[in-house]
Design a protein around this ligand. Structure first.
Ligand code: 5GP
Ligand code: ZN
Length: 117
């Protein structure tokens, strides 16, 4: 179990590890994925530590709403809001979650197939 003190995305949110930040609000930050899977691949996170989307939703303080709004703002900024983009929250190891600080992947800029693998 990764503690908050060891959490990679907490460190990015705190500016302790560099990242290419593309959008920021008081409680959210969005940065480019280090291993992009599409021309636009941005990760949107709350600055506070929640291990996954379920924990964020349970926080019930409007923060999940802010993360969703930030994701759409990123899509607008990246010019993919009209053509279409995917917002994905891998939740749990079986879904491919590898970093246990909730993050929404904003993917776009190419055709995206459905269903995903
Ligand atoms: P997950 O598999 O948990 O849904 O997504 C984690 C994502 O974080 C992956 O797409 C991975 O490329 C990205 N990632 C892992 N380490 C770093 C890092 O240090 N910096 C950035 N910008 N992205 C990272
Ligand atoms: Zn964290």
């Amino acid at each position: 179990m990764v503690t908050e003190a060891e959490c990679l995305f907490c460190k990015i949110a705190a500016g302790e590890i560099p990242a290419k930040i593309v959008h920021e609000t008081e409680r959210t930050v969005a940065f480019r994925d280090v291993n992009p899977q599409a021309p636009t691949h941005v990760l949107v996170i709350p600055k506070g530590h929640y291990p996954n989307a379920a924990a964020l939703a349970a926080a019930d303080d409007g923060l999940a709403d802010e993360v969703f709004k930030a994701a759409h703002a990123v899509a607008e900024q990246e010019g993919i809001a009209e053509s279409g983009y995917r917002l994905v929250f891998n939740t749990g190891p079986g879904a491919g979650q590898t970093v246990f600080h909730v993050h929404g992947h904003v993917l776009g800029g190419r055709g995206l197939t459905w269903p995903p693998g």
